[in-house]
Design a binder for this molecule. Structure first.
Ligand code: SAM
Length: 280
């Protein structure tokens, strides 16, 4: 049976290029092009769109993004062993795939790609959360990206979409949902990957809100949320002591009981605390 683009099946690509998966680079490959195409369709119509892909590896998702019509794909890959396989893909899509060898944490995509950009990635687990926090904390809002479609370990995905009151509600949920609509678009068992990781995975889809849900200074909000959840078992009056001033009065002033714990406080409450601090 043929593939979506006439290139060899990914199993052959991996064998021919000797791409034995490296654990240190979080390499768990998706070899089923039907599956990668399902992921590539999550952002919606990609015709002519600019796409940033982090960690293309042997290029399964890359091939699906291009087959779905992406106008330009910028793919950043740390493992030089993958470059020949990615060059084969570039050769059948002239001018549409640019591959950069490097660390995604150090490359500025805007030096190579014009906004608006869809970010799509089966992320290396070791850098996924850090990249997400950066994408959620740009200097100005709305950000340069139109959507984020990101594979995470299921536990991280659940934290991103969590609601107040649950054990997994925390900093990631507040940061993500304050500025974005976030949903789990797809859940995948370990067997979907080669080699299979220890845990299940999930694809999270985030779209930026035109305005954050509630007004607040992003840096102050981020500091408050980090402090509150750093000691999530403690009551807020203790957890937020480091903010200085009369914490009890500050909390009461915004209608939050000083005895509440961070995991009970909705995003609106954290935004109110951040505004009160900014106003001091
Ligand atoms: N996209 C491919 C797929 O779905 O089969 C590979 C996904 S694999 C989970 C993660 C990929 O990210 C690997 O190819 C790995 O080499 C690459 N990677 C790891 N750390 C990276 C970093 N800091 N910057 C860019 N790529 C990285």
């Amino acid at each position: 049976m043929g593939t979506i683009d006439g290139l060899p099946p990914l199993r052959d690509v991996i064998r021919d290029h000797g791409l034995v998966a490296k654990k240190s680079l979080g390499q768990n490959f998706l070899l089923d092009l039907n599956l990668t195409s399902r992921i590539a369709r999550i952002p919606g119509d990609l015709s002519g769109a600019s796409v940033l892909e982090i960690g293309p590896g042997p290029g399964g998702l890359t091939r699906s993004l291009l087959a779905e019509g992406a106008g330009r794909v910028l793919a950043i890959e740390k493992d030089a062993r993958c470059l020949p396989a990615l060059a084969d893909i570039a050769s059948i899509y002239p001018g549409r795939l640019q591959v950069l060898e490097g660390d995604a944490l150090e490359v500025d995509p805007l030096a190579h790609l014009a906004a608006p950009i869809h970010v799509v990635a089966n992320l290396p687990y070791n850098v996924g959360t850090e990249l997400l926090v950066r994408w959620l904390s740009p200097d100005s809002w709305p950000p340069y990206w139109d959507s984020l479609t990101l594979m995470f370990q299921q536990e991280v995905a659940d934290r991103i979409v969590a609601q107040p009151g649950g054990k997994v509600y925390g900093r990631l949920a507040v940061l993500a949902q304050w500025r974005c609509e976030a949903r789990i678009a797809l859940r995948l068992p370990p067997e979907a990957f080669t080699p299979p990781p220890k845990v299940s995975s999930a694809v999270v889809h985030l779209r930026p809100r035109a305005e954050p849900l509630y007004p607040a200074d992003p840096e102050v909000l981020s500091r408050v949320v980090a402090m509150a959840f750093n000691q999530r078992r403690k009551m807020l009056r203790s957890a937020l002591k480091g903010l200085g001033g009369d914490t009890e009065a500050l909390l009461t002033g915004v209608g939050i009981a000083p005895t509440e714990r961070a995991e009970q406080v909705p995003i609106e409450g954290f935004a109110a605390i951040a505004r009160a601090i900014a106003a001091r």
